[in-house]
Design a protein around this ligand. Structure first.
Ligand code: NAD
Length: 488
């Protein structure tokens, strides 16, 4: 068993109450690490440490100094990417081939945003009155409280951490109770890079009360949340109670729209990767296949044949193509959705059960046909390896079906007609649309959703603006400020 401590103000420490909990490896089902079970008192300490960082050396650092530290951290993460991938896969059961890619990309986010840190320039505003000189400054919003889920803990943390460092903010992060370890591993490396104490503070815990305490803390100026829409609503309400700003990256029910002129070889690969990568436990999972009736049968048959070949296995084995669900709750949620879909009249084309050989938390890649847009399985996020197949006859109908959920996160369009590709991409209600591709992300490309998929954008230059507030400075050049109560 590995034993970890909280990281607050540059110190490793126990939770104030001394409590701890174990985190389990979803593949073996065994507890593998023990972490502190923090509470509101620890949140107070962490926010105080972050506030001290903002009031001290970190708050005074120039963008150039912040960028230097960020680049140093990027080098450390590059050195340790393989170790971090093993930690991540051990904690959340995601394939090592996926977590390796994710940890290898962490330095790219830091280097990209380091390039923004030293370019956060304001502007000079032309004044109506020539006696005034007016300019703006983009100042850090203050202490950020981040709450992240278990499916891509380190990446999703970095999507917040890199831009907020560039902006000059300090962070208190509460990782998921299912995956508390890698945020602590990051804190160790942040300290090694030489960041002042309090720039990154990590509080681990298993109660929802811990997240609530962070959101409600009056010292937190902004809450950056990634998670489910249900919790996102509570986070927005809690933050609004003290007028903290929020960014909300929530769930999705993303559609992959396949037209009859699509390159079906590419579409098969894209649809399979979109739903079965990460065992469907990704916010942009392409969980609805909206396919033209002319290619419905052929595409479904080819997807079934491909799904049959997917090799389920140990996430740490590079040969595995699909890992287990990250926890038992998630397994039960997936199974429940599939059962209810059958009761609603849908049919299983492949899968539809736990894996008969591996058992445990493995769920088969599952393809459900005969799905109508109003069925629960076409409306709700499953967060598992379940593809719902819906058919359409015309372009308008395809767009209507694709836009028929409360979410607006991702969408794929598969067609060789360039006009149709852009036309449909523009009509789809989604923050990210991929044409003849799926699930690409990059540090320089904005990512986010609309509707119940949330608000705010991560990545891209503008992500830094989520963590700054603009100050307007007015300077009198003429020295003729008059007494307001004397006439003439
Ligand atoms: P979740 O909403 O259950 O939990 C997310 C985090 O919120 C966890 O750290 C949890 O401990 C914390 N939390 C729970 N209750 C809280 C409360 N009342 N106040 C404050 N914090 C609280 O989500 P999950 O099951 O961990 O993750 C899966 C969800 O995350 C899916 O809906 C998925 O789509 C979404 N997600 C979105 C993105 C994105 O970028 N849009 C990325 C990954 C995951």
């Amino acid at each position: 068993m590995k034993r970890y401590q909280l990281h607050i103000g540059g110190q490793w420490c126990e939770a104030a109450g001394g409590a701890r909990f174990d985190t389990a490896n979803p593949f073996t089902g065994q507890a593998w690490a023990s972490v502190p079970d923090a509470g509101a008192e620890d949140v107070d300490r962490a926010v105080a440490a972050a506030t001290s960082a903002m009031d001290g050396e970190w708050g005074r650092a120039t963008g150039f100094e912040r960028a230097r530290l960020m680049r140093r951290l990027a080098g450390i993460l590059e050195r340790d990417a393989a170790d971090l991938a093993v930690l991540e896969s051990t904690d959340n059961g995601k394939l090592i081939r996926e977590t390796s890619g994710q940890t290898a990309a962490l330095p790219e986010w830091l280097r990209y945003f380091a390039g923004v840190a030293d370019k956060l320039q304001g502007e000079v505003i032309p004044a109506q009155n020539p006696d005034f000189f007016i300019y703006t400054r983009h100042e850090p919003v203050g202490v950020v409280g981040a709450i992240v889920p278990w499916n891509s803990p380190l990446s999703l943390l970095m999507w917040k951490f890199a831009p907020l460092l560039a902006a000059g903010c300090a962070l208190v992060v509460k990782p998921s109770e299912y995956t508390p370890v890698t945020a602590l591993a990051l804190a160790e490396r942040v300290a090694e890079a030489g960041f002042p104490p309090g720039v990154l503070n990590v509080v681990t815990g298993r109660s929802a009360g811990l997240g609530r305490a962070l959101v409600a803390h009056p010292g937190v100026a902004q809450v950056a949340f990634t998670g489910s829409p249900e919790v996102g609503v509570k986070v927005a309400q809690g933050a609004a109670a003290h007028l903290a700003r929020t960014t909300l990256e929530l769930g999705g029910k993303s559609a992959q729209v396949v037209f009859p002129d699509a390159d079906l070889d590419a579409a098969v690969n894209g649809v399979i990767a979109g739903i079965f990568a990460a065992s469907g436990q990704t916010c942009v999972a392409g969980s609805r296949l909206v396919v033209h009736e002319d290619v419905h049968e052929e595409l479904t048959d080819r997807l079934v044949a491909r799904a049959r070949e997917i090799k389920l296995g140990d996430p740490l084995d590079a040969a595995s193509e699909m890992g287990p669900m990250a926890n038992e709750n998630q397994w039960k949620t997936v199974a429940g959705f599939v059962e209810r879909a059958l009761a609603d009249g849908a049919r299983i084309a492949y899968g539809g059960a736990g894996d008969p050989v591996l058992g445990g938390l493995f769920y088969q890649p599952t393809i459900v046909t005969g799905v109508r847009a109003d069925m629960e399985i076409a409306q709700e996020e499953i967060f598992g390896p379940v593809l719902s197949v819906l058919r359409f006859t015309g372009e308008d109908e395809a767009v209507t079906i694709a836009n028929s959920t409360r979410f607006g996160l991702g969408a794929g369009v598969w067609t060789t007609d360039v006009r149709r590709a852009h036309r449909v991409a523009h009509r789809l209600r989604a923050g990210n649309v991929w044409i003849n591709a799926y699930r690409m992300v990059a540090p320089n490309v904005p990512f986010g959703g609309s509707g119940h998929s949330g608000w705010g954008r991560e990545s891209g230059v503008d992500a830094v603006r989520e963590y700054t507030s603009t100050k307007a400075v007015w300077v009198d050049l003429a020295g003729n400020t008059r007494d307001p109560f004397r006439l003439g």
